[in-house]
Design a protein around this ligand. Structure first.
Ligand code: 2M8
Length: 435
């Protein structure tokens, strides 16, 4: 890649981040996502650290402002905008005693990338400033891990259970869609039987900004809404969810990120000369051990928390085991194989899956977030050549288009989803700076 191309990419990415800047946080995109999202802001801080380290810290501090008193980081912190398709009225966060005062949030969480972001920002600080930064972020990170392992590990297995696919960040990912097959609301099923489920598209707000065939199918989206409404009635309480037998998934993607975040929290504590609570330390050991149980025939899978059955529906989650530090178990050669990397990799769903759609959201497209995590994972397990190859191909894919898109087709790199997407911008900046 020429230095002129690199310069142009950095400029375009910087412009997007500036345009999406809400002051002390960054919205993921101009219209489709006009609020602050938890894992988006973590990736955004990882990019912003190269442009303005103080602004990167502010991004993470604004997440701490929205953190719940019980330690949960909500997946959305709402801004003033009323554009979003599942806004504050759908959540009613103020009715939960643990929600923050005077801030409207969602009432579920999202992938734990916060520890990673703290460490990445810390890397660019002097030792003294890094320790002060760690000191500031230690308690929020610790509280989050305490929440994860006390509130979301109901069977005490060291594996976090998720209540909704939005928590996984990979909203319509095939393993979750399979789990939800029996959960589709009756009225949606009726429309499906009559082959007129497209009519639901008239009721949705998200397709005002992005074409419906690049977003979750109408049946999938209304199933996700239905589940969120049911969970609200159960107050998002895991024990009540278990009694009601609503879906409960030990999500491989989320748990891989949690494992790495456990390592980050332990290192931060060590740097500060602190000792983590003994119960949490035990959970971390158990988590490391239990993750192995998600492994079978060259892949890692999510698991149904009720019956312990692996959900054998391929998804990019399998490669996150590398990011969690598991060099064995997943067949690394698979990454370069054509179902995952036809022209551009890594597809979020392989071409061999019945769910595969090259330009549809988490059912095929290449995303910068997942590639960034896989590149990092490959480096962790000493596969430096493949990591470099993926890094280069990711940057080439973005550079071939004008702008920073939400996702890209693995078949030809054509852009899809919303334009001016913040984490694509931030992670391009990061990949270019850490090349
Ligand atoms: C997407 O999810 C939101 C719901 O949280 C949506 O579809 O409205 C996902 O891609 C998620 O991972 C991401 O954090 C969010 C904002 O970019 O958008």
């Amino acid at each position: 890649m020429t230095s002129a191309t690199k310069k142009k990419l950095i400029q375009t990415a910087t412009n997007v981040l500036q345009a999406n800047d809400l002051g002390s946080s960054t919205k993921p995109s101009p219209n489709l996502y006009p609020h602050q999202w938890f894992w988006d802001s973590c990736f955004i801080a990882i990019g912003l650290r190269w442009l303005d380290i103080e602004r990167a810290k502010t991004e993470l501090r604004s997440l701490v402002k929205g953190q719940w008193k019980n330690g949960m980081f909500p997946h959305i912190i709402f801004s003033e905008s009323d554009e979003y398709h599942f806004g504050p009225k759908k959540w009613r966060s103020h009715s939960y005693p643990d929600s923050p005062d005077n801030i409207e949030t969602s009432t579920m969480t999202q992938p734990p990338v916060f520890g990673e972001a703290i460490v990445r920002v810390g890397e660019l600080l002097s030792e003294k400033d890094r320790l002060a930064w760690y000191e500031e972020m230690y308690q929020p990170l610790l509280n989050y891990h305490q929440w994860l392992y006390t509130q979301r590990d109901p069977y005490n297995r060291g594996l976090i259970s998720l209540l909704h696919p939005w928590e996984s960040g990979l909203d319509n990912t095939p393993p979750w869609m399979r789990v939800l097959t029996n959960y589709t609301p009756k009225r949606v099923k009726a429309l499906e039987l009559l082959h007129i489920e497209y009519m639901l598209n008239y009721l949705r707000k998200d397709t005002k900004h992005v074409s419906a065939d690049e977003r979750p199918s109408p049946s999938d989206l209304f199933t996700l809404y239905h589940l969120a409404d049911d969970l609200r009635r159960l107050k998002y309480d895991v024990q009540t969810v278990i009694k009601s037998r609503l879906p409960l998934v030990e999500d491989v993607f989320f748990n891989a990120l949690a494992l790495r975040s456990n390592q980050h929290l332990s290192n931060i504590a060590k740097n500060l000369g602190r000792t983590l609570p003994v119960d949490l330390q035990r959970k971390f050991v158990l988590a490391q051990h239990s993750f192995e149980h998600l492994k079978d025939s060259g892949n890692f899978w999510s698991r149904n928390a009720y019956n312990g059955k692996l959900i054998k529906e391929p998804s990019v989650g399998t490669f996150l085991s590398l990011y969690a530090g598991f060099g064995s178990g997943v067949d690394i050669a698979l990454i370069k194989g054509s179902p995952w990397w036809p022209v551009y990799g890594v597809a979020t769903t392989p071409m061999t899956s019945a769910f595969f759609k090259p330009r549809n959201y988490w059912q095929g497209p290449v995303w910068l977030s997942t590639n960034w995590l896989i590149i990092d994972g490959l480096k962790r397990v000493q596969k430096h050549r493949l990591a470099r190859e993926l890094q280069q191909s990711t940057l080439d894919m973005v550079a071939a288009q004008n702008g920073m898109f939400e996702y890209y087709s693995p078949l030809d790199g054509s852009p899809a989803g919303t334009p001016s997407f913040s984490w694509t911008s931030a992670l391009v900046i990061d990949l270019l700076n850490s090349a």
